[in-house]
Structures are given as structure tokens and as C-alpha cells.
Write a protein that binds this ligand. Structure first.
Ligand code: AKG
Ligand code: FE2
Length: 325
């Protein structure tokens, strides 16, 4: 039997029928945790230039790229096989290389390639960031409506939201951490992820992570559509009604570029089980109310709680030091 293709729903963000879109989004997030959006508002020119800039950056020598290695604010270049903290990956590093860019509106802790060699990089990335943020707001308001909340309930925010251009070389490489995948099996951590790819296959989802053997379904490319999925934070917020689905990227022997956008609410958001997601028959699964201090503090918390060793709110303030050199 050949690989199975995931038949993900397609949501048209330009549709005037909000009730129908809300209904489809609910079904998609209950069944898959993944969907496609079309008419998402990121225009072709912006999309093309972000890929052109990304390619130009990753084509540089390792030494040039490492000059912008990620800083203490986790912004900048992350080399292949660098980090592998995902619970299901057993600590393997990913073979992808990527670059983290934050909003930089209030305080710019980003790293920018030299304006001489990359005259349009900053402007291009900022444009994409702003468009992706506008798209995320539209999606989050549909998600809010689908949970019987006000359309403005979720407030995507620039302080922790990260734009991440990604490059997969396509070649097998000697991995320090025993990796064989571009991106090992993981769930995303935050509220929402928008993903665009260059159309090269490799992305797969696993809807039931406990099934053995696991069934991996290919997420095929739809020209002009973005892939959207939710992360652990929203899964928790919805009392597991909406699903943060396991996914991975296989190396298919061909170079691949993608652009992920990880959306977070503001760091002072209180996350308590959403009313429409709990009842006497379905009480809140997580006992505590959590407050997100910062994305990496939250990651530390998640990693520890995923390992079932701790599940204590106090860990939230801990700054993440899990990257391994
Ligand atoms: O590159 C892709 O298609 C997916 C990347 C991904 O899952 C991630 O960066 O979290
Ligand atoms: Fe992911």
C-alpha cells in the first residue's frame, strides 16, 4: 500500500459565509488539528520574495551563517542537527536549518544579515511577518467563534510570535543525535502555526500518536494554500477538544524550503479551560491555570510535563536552556 494522503479540509478566508467557515474550522480542528486556508491574504509577490531571500541566506557558507547564530533571545540562525528536545523524537536533532525572526516592534532583539549583502532581507521578512499576523488574526477569530467566544477573544501578539524560514538540504548527513528526518515527529507548542512550503513533499501527520504502528499521512501541497495547525497551548486551552497533532518532515532526497509562522498570545495571557470545552461530564484535564511568561519558559514547562515528571506551574518562569551544543 502506498502512502496515505491526509484529506484536510480547505477553509476559504474570503468567504462571506462566516457560519459555514466556523463550522468547518471546528470540524477540522477536532478531526485533524490541521487544515488548509485559501485566500489568506499573503500575496504572491510577498511569498516569492520571502523564498528568494531565504534561499540566498541558506546558500551561504556555514561560517557566514554561523556569524548570525541564534542569540540569547533565540533569534537568528539555527544550524542543522542542532536541537532535538521533542518528546517523541527521543532527543534527536532535526536535519533542517532555520532562522528565527520576531516582531522587533518594541525592542529589536533580532539579528539581521548585513544590509549591504542583503538589502531587501529585513523589509521582506517584516512584510511577511505583518501579513502572516493579519492572516492569523482572521483565523483566530474564526476559532474563537467556533468555541462560542467573542471574535476578539484570542489576541495573537508580536512578543513571542516567530517567523521561521526553513531549509532542508535533502541529503542524508552524519547526525550527532541519530536523526534521519528533516523535522522529527513533534507537536507545535504555541497557539497556531501557519506553514507555507515550496511544494516539495515530506510533511506528514499522525492523527493517533498512540496507535501502533503509527499511521503517517502525507500532507500534499495545494498551490496558493497555507497549511494551518494548532499547537499544545490551544489544545490545553480547549481541554483537548481541539488537537495539536503530531507531524514530521521526511527527507525526500530533494532540497526543500518552507516558512513557518508560530503564533503566540501575549506573555501575560492567562490560560484557563474555555467554558464551552468543559462540563461536568468533561471536567478540565489540566488542574492549573497557567500564565505564559515567555515562550521558552513555556517550552521548559511542556517538556517536563510531557515527560510526566513534573506538571507544576512554578516551572513556567524557568528560562529554557535546552539547546545543546
Ligand atoms: O517545514 C515544514 O513543512 C514543517 C516544519 C515544522 O513542522 C515546524 O517548523 O514546526
Ligand atoms: Fe511543526
Amino acid at each position: 500500500m502506498g502512502p496515505v494522503s491526509a484529506d484536510l479540509p480547505v477553509i476559504d478566508l474570503a468567504s462571506p459565509d462566516i457560519a459555514a467557515a466556523t463550522k468547518s474550522i471546528r470540524k477540522a480542528l477536532v478531526d485533524y488539528g490541521f487544515l488548509y486556508v485559501i485566500n489568506h491574504g499573503i500575496d504572491d509577490a510577498t511569498m516569492k520574495s520571502v523564498y528568494a531571500e531565504s534561499k540566498k541566506f541558506f546558500e551561504q557558507s556555514m561560517e557566514e551563517k554561523m556569524a548570525l547564530e541564534k542569540n540569547s533571545s533565540h533569534r537568528g540562525y539555527i544550524r542543522p542537527d542542532f536541537e532535538g528536545f521533542e518528546a517523541d523524537a527521543g532527543g534527536k536533532g532535526d536535519l533542517l536549518e532555520c532562522f528565527h525572526i520576531g516582531s522587533g516592534k518594541s525592542q529589536d532583539v533580532n539579528q539581521w544579515p548585513s544590509a549591504e549583502r542583503f538589502p531587501s532581507w529585513k523589509e521582506t521578512m517584516e512584510k511577511y511577518y505583518d501579513c502572516a499576523m493579519a492572516t492569523s488574526k482572521k483565523i483566530m477569530s474564526l476559532i474563537a467563534l467556533s468555541l462560542d467566544l467573542d471574535a476578539e477573544f484570542f489576541q495573537p501578539d508580536g512578543s513571542e510570535t516567530i517567523l521561521r524560514p526553513i531549509h532542508y538540504s535533502g541529503n542524508a548527513m552524519e547526525s550527532k543525535y541519530g536523526s534521519d528526518h528533516g523535522a522529527n515527529a513533534h507537536t507545535d507548542y504555541g497557539m497556531l502555526t501557519l506553514l507555507s512550503t515550496d511544494g516539495t513533499p515530506g510533511l506528514q501527520i499522525c492523527r493517533d500518536k498512540d496507535a501502533r504502528p503509527q499511521l503517517w499521512e502525507d500532507v500534499h501541497h495545494i498551490q496558493g494554500a497555507l497549511v494551518v495547525n494548532i499547537g499544545d497551548l490551544l489544545e490545553r486551552w480547549t481541554n483537548n477538544v481541539y488537537r495539536s497533532t503530531l507531524h514530521r518532515v521526511l527527507m525526500v532526497g530533494k532540497e526543500r524550503y518552507s516558512v513557518a509562522f508560530f503564533v503566540w498570545p501575549s506573555p501575560d495571557t492567562m490560560v484557563t479551560c474555555i467554558e464551552s470545552c468543559c462540563s461536568e461530564a468533561n471536567p478540565p484535564r489540566s488542574s492549573s491555570i497557567i500564565k505564559i511568561f515567555d515562550m521558552f519558559g513555556y517550552l521548559s514547562y511542556l517538556m517536563l510535563s510531557k515527560s510526566d515528571t513534573f506538571s507544576d506551574i512554578r516551572l513556567l518562569g524557568v528560562m529554557n536552556t535546552w539547546s545543546r551544543d
